[in-house]
Design a protein around this ligand. Sequence first.
Ligand code: ZN
Ligand code: ZN
Length: 117
Amino acid sequence: MASTQPASIELDVHKELKIAWSDDHASVYPLDYLRRNCPCAGCQTQRKEAEEAKKNPRANPFKVLTGPVLKQVEALNVEAVGNYALRFDWTDQHNTGIYTFGYLRSLCPCGQCRAKT
Ligand SMILES: [Zn+2]
Ligand SMILES: [Zn+2]
């Protein structure tokens, strides 16, 4: 089991979030990657619709082009939610996603973690 206990968290509000996990793994998340993977219900629905549209383009050929288009997103602020999650205030006004450490760990974009999924 990969650790979901962060040893240190470092945020560069213009660029990326770095988490060093207690099992010595380090994750670096570009902020727009985190924003795109926002776990809130609204964003999940959006992502699901975008995926369905990709699988079934004929149902609505224009859907593919109207997926969430995000400009460069930065974080205004990040705060801890209890001791199990982080919540971001994004520059696009969005702030409802609660990123649990377990979710963040599963999102780790490094080659080693991606190879496992
Ligand atoms: Zn969201
Ligand atoms: Zn990783």
